[in-house]
Design a binder for this molecule. Structure first.
Ligand SMILES: [Zn+2]
Ligand SMILES: [Zn+2]
Length: 433
């Protein structure tokens, strides 16, 4: 166990007039304003209401200082510093840029892990609010700044409730969700789930409006594998294609025929995607290149389909290239497994949403073909992942994840914090506040 020391030195106390902001659940606009280091000392016994503004400040600070996967030095230091301000958390750094905090009550009971990812993306932000990224070309365009802030809020509230809880809550601030091999499997290997009974995690979600929280038992997010193909022929003059094996023409055929893999070889009731997203070949208009590179992604839910679809893809590539006298190389890199939610933890989440936010907030989550390395935790322990609606059409908060103008309705942060807290109280068997 390492107790962490403040990395930021004497920071200015955040200046906040009590009524400067109005952030109720009633839908008011949250004004933009400059964000300094949010170092305000927490009140001794924060509640979801009292910590709401603080969580937004944390999110804005993290948004201003995004860091790429595996390079979350400042981010993880900030998180560890905030956690160190709470009373008696056991804080460790399982990897250089992740943080684990254990709230050990000292009373026997179950152990719930709650995970937030903390990394940003190589995207140049185009938003115009006054807390945009200060790191050129790097942006929190997936909402992980909000995940970290929501979990910090939950840690503050649950820590203040230590005397009412049994067992343990474990807060996992995970690095590198956005880049293979992902931080989750590293943390599982490092033992963050040892002794844990269940694990939950959330994603702020632009496909859901603010005011809705989506939970779904079973398949929620797809497995993602990367496809790399090289078409090999023999180049030559573009005017004499008969003296070449034209890799551009063969690559075009390969791409077209790969569309048949899902359309004609996969059970229509088993979701799957094969996309070629990159093609690179040739240098100029009159030279047929000797090779063409293709890259793409394979998305599946069913593990058996995931294992078999590579064989179908290879059969198509082999057939097309052979027909035209070309050769190929094929590499399929295994990415994250599918997020598959376990029944009991989904029930826990449904109860938590209903208790904390009301029955009208709870909706069935729609599965998504994107991937999440939360699945690495689910391989180790029973766990469920859920979506916190963050879309707001009226305010133009509609841009999808990984978009240069991605944003969230910040009122969603409170919904995430409250759901985490209610789930922990429920799981650990304590009385509600
Ligand atoms: Zn993302
Ligand atoms: Zn994400």
């Amino acid at each position: 166990m390492t107790r962490l020391i403040h990395g930021c030195g004497a920071a200015p106390v955040h200046d906040r007039a009590p009524n400067a902001l109005s952030r109720g659940l009633s839908g008011e606009h949250i004004p933009d304003r400059p964000v300094t280091e949010p170092m305000t000392a927490l009140e001794p016994r924060p509640t979801a209401e009292s910590i709401r503004e603080q969580v937004i400040d944390w999110r804005r600070y993290l948004h201003q200082h995004p860091e790429l996967s595996f390079h979350e030095e400042r981010t993880s230091r900030f998180i560890a510093d905030r956690l160190a301000e709470l009373d008696g958390l056991e804080i460790t750094r399982p990897t250089p840029t992740s943080v684990l905090a254990r709230l050990v009550t000292g009373r026997p009971g179950r152990v719930l892990a709650i995970r937030a990812d903390i990394d940003a993306l190589p995207i140049a932000e185009k938003n115009t609010h006054d807390f945009i990224s200060t790191s050129p070309g790097v942006m929190h365009a997936c909402g992980h700044d909000g995940h970290a802030a929501m979990l910090l809020g939950a840690a503050a509230i649950l820590t203040s409730m230590r005397d009412e809880l049994t067992g343990e809550v474990r807060f996992i601030f995970q690095h590198a969700e956005e880049l293979l091999p992902g931080g989750a499997q590293e943390l599982v290997k490092a033992g963050v789930l040892d002794g844990v009974d269940a694990v939950i995690g959330a994603h702020l979600w632009l496909d859901l409006p603010f005011g809705a929280v989506g939970v779904k038992t079973g398949e929620l997010m797809a497995a993602a594998d990367t496809l790399r193909i090289t078409i090999l022929g023999s180049g030559g003059h573009a005017a004499t294609p008969h003296q070449t094996v034209d890799t551009i023409a063969v690559a075009a055929q390969v791409i077209t025929n790969l569309q048949h893999v899902v359309a004609r070889n996969v059970d229509p009731l088993a979701p799957a995607v094969v996309t070629i997203a990159r093609i690179a070949g040739g240098t100029t208009h009159n030279v047929i290149p000797g090779s063409v590179e293709l890259e793409g992604t394979i998305r599946t839910f069913n593990p058996r389909l995931r294992d078999s679809i590579g064989g179908i893809i290879e059969r198509v590539i082999a057939g097309v290239t052979q027909a035209h006298g070309a050769r190929y190389t094929l590499e399929i890199e295994r990415g994250y497994a599918a997020v598959n939610n376990e029944e009991a933890t989904c029930d826990l989440l449904r109860r938590a949403v209903t208790t904390a936010l009301g029955p009208d907030v709870l909706v069935d989550a729609t599965p998504f073909m994107g991937a999440e390395d939360f699945s690495a935790y689910q391989k180790a322990k029973p766990g469920s992942f859920f979506f916190v609606g963050a879309r707001n059409e009226e305010r133009g908060i509609v841009h999808p994840h990984h978009h240069e103008r991605f944003d969230i309705d910040e009122r969603a942060l409170d919904y995430g914090t409250r759901t985490f807290v209610a789930a922990a109280i429920d799981f650990l068997g304590a009385k509600h506040q």
